[in-house]
Design a protein around this ligand. Structure first.
Ligand SMILES: *Cc1c(COP(=O)(O)O)cnc(C)c1O
Length: 484
């Protein structure tokens, strides 16, 4: 097929896909049909005729239409009000259009000359985030600017990668020669028990084993108890270890609790310990006049992870690592790659020196397009709505004798359990998913199994919550009946 024909088919096939997506979104938002349908993988392979299409090609026009319809029937519908699952945004369509555009032009912008427009959007969005945190934005023209004078950041593929990068930056601060010398095996990290597993995974990638991760005691909500920080640090030092960073949650993945950042930051500053705030989920509350106080003290941290694809309605993946001092990020990963980094007189900046990725699409543009559609106020209202609905659901649950919650919610995450064993909660989730009307997750918090509801969807309401509780009760009774 020559390029000319391909270009002619583009508009035709794009129209097919847009029409079907329009329908998909309308059906999802209306809560019609299932949230989730997961037949075995082999049956999807057959139904989509994957073998044929890969071998022969030519998927276009009517066959394309059928293919998309089937494919969409096996999408888990994040825009359905019964979606209470993982912390992924029911994305705004404008972010999806940005992804389409980026796929078309393939603007691999980690070096400025490969996509000046896209690099500029990333630069601009980083500054927007730095401003929200209360840090100095980067100057538009880097030449002649004192490198210590501002914050910096980079968009990466997810909060996990941002956390890894944060720890790499923190390590360089403690061991300036790390690139040459490698680890001496005595580095330690301080974390609350409830930190995201990407922290321990990152540590492992960096050659820091689980033994060198010191748990900070937490309270009933899983929040750091600041008064106990000196003891943990003493323990690290007594073991002959070198503390390189403390990670605090804003908020935690399990129950959505915010660590007391101001007191944690005061401790870290006194001890000259790098404070990384994992705000992958909860940093977005900075936009909300009502909830930003939960992040009080964040500007005293050294680095922050902030996902746009969680609470900023942005399609996955679009996450940022932000640092207070640009020099820390600029020098974290010096490498010799003369085909990329020769001394050149150029406009703009190369993000490539700040990230693990080499080739990188314009992931910040997705966030930009969402903001350009709904504005800061639109996102603030969304966050308020989700956080407030979660509190309302919690208050309602307090009046229901057969349910208990792990703790009072501080964000849009609520962990509940119905009377019965840990295994009973898991069995209930399996039933609900098989039925397909709701999608939710589970978590173990303080050694107890909970059903975990994350209110990501602005179409969910108290009506959804009441429906869910009656479905849970029905499933519970039916399981109990079977077991008797
Ligand atoms: C979701 C989450 C992560 C991981 O982010 P990804 O974008 O899924 O890689 C890290 N930390 C916290 C606190 C999270 O909630």
């Amino acid at each position: 097929m020559n390029i000319r024909v391909e270009v002619m088919s583009f508009l035709h096939d794009a129209k097919i896909i847009c029409e079907q997506l329009d329908d998909y979104l309308k059906v999802s938002v209306a809560g019609e049909g299932k949230v989730i349908d997961q037949p075995p993988i082999t049956s999807i392979i057959d139904e989509l005729k994957l073998e044929k299409w890969v071998t022969e090609g030519g998927l276009s026009h009517n066959e394309f239409k059928d293919f998309i319809a089937t494919y969409l029937s096996y999408a888990t519908r994040l825009h359905h009000p019964g979606y209470l699952g993982h912390q992924c945004a029911p994305s705004h369509y404008s972010g999806a259009l940005a992804a389409l555009m980026d796929g078309c032009i393939n603007s691999v912008m980690s070096i400025y000359e490969m996509g000046p427009g896209a690099a500029t959007l990333e630069f601009f969005m980083i500054n927007w985030m730095l401003n929200q945190i209360g840090w100095q934005p980067q100057q538009p023209d880097e030449t002649g600017v004192n490198i210590n004078s501002s914050g910096a950041g980079v968009f990466v593929h997810g909060g996990s990668l941002a956390n890894l990068l944060a720890l790499v930056v923190a390590r360089k601060k403690v061991l300036p020669d790390i690139m040459a010398t490698g680890n001496a095996g005595d580095l330690a990290i301080l974390v609350p028990a409830d930190c995201h597993y990407s922290i321990t995974k990152s540590a492992a990638i960096m050659g820091i084993g689980a033994q060198a991760i010191y748990n900070i005691p937490t309270d009933d909500q899983g929040k750091i108890i600041s008064q106990q920080l000196p003891q943990v640090l003493d323990e690290v030092l007594a073991d002959g270890m070198k503390p390189m960073a403390l990670v605090a949650n804003a908020c935690s993945t399990s129950v959505g609790a915010y660590d007391p950042l101001a007191s944690v930051a005061a401790f870290c500053q006194k001890q000259q310990l790098w404070l990384h705030v994992d705000g992958a989920h909860g940093a977005s509350a900075l936009l909300s006049a009502k909830h930003k106080n939960k992040l009080q003290g964040i500007q005293a941290a050294d680095s922050v992870t902030w996902d746009a694809h969680k609470m900023l309605k942005t399609p996955s993946l679009s996450a940022a690592l932000l640092v207070k001092e640009r020099k820390d990020l600029a020098t974290a990963m010096h490498h010799d790659a003369s085909y990329l980094f020769h001394d050149k007189d150029q406009p703009g900046i190369d993000f490539i020196q700040r990230s693990v990725e080499c080739t990188k699409p314009a992931i910040a543009s997705k966030l930009f397009f969402v903001l350009a559609a709904v504005g800061e106020q639109g996102l603030a209202e969304y966050i308020d709505h989700q956080y407030d609905l979660t509190t309302q659901a919690y208050q309602y649950l307090q009046t229901q004798g057969d349910f208990e919650c792990a703790c009072a919610p501080e964000s849009n995450i609520l962990c509940i359990r119905i009377t019965g064993s840990d295994a009973h909660q898991l069995a209930i989730r399996a039933r609900l998913l098989a039925k397909g009307g709701f999608y939710l997750t589970t978590v173990v918090f303080k050694s107890k199994q909970y059903l975990r509801l994350v209110f990501m969807n602005e179409n969910s309401s108290m009506h959804t919550v009441k429906q869910l509780l009656s479905e849970i009760r029905a499933a519970s009774q039916s399981i109990n009946g079977q077991n008797n």
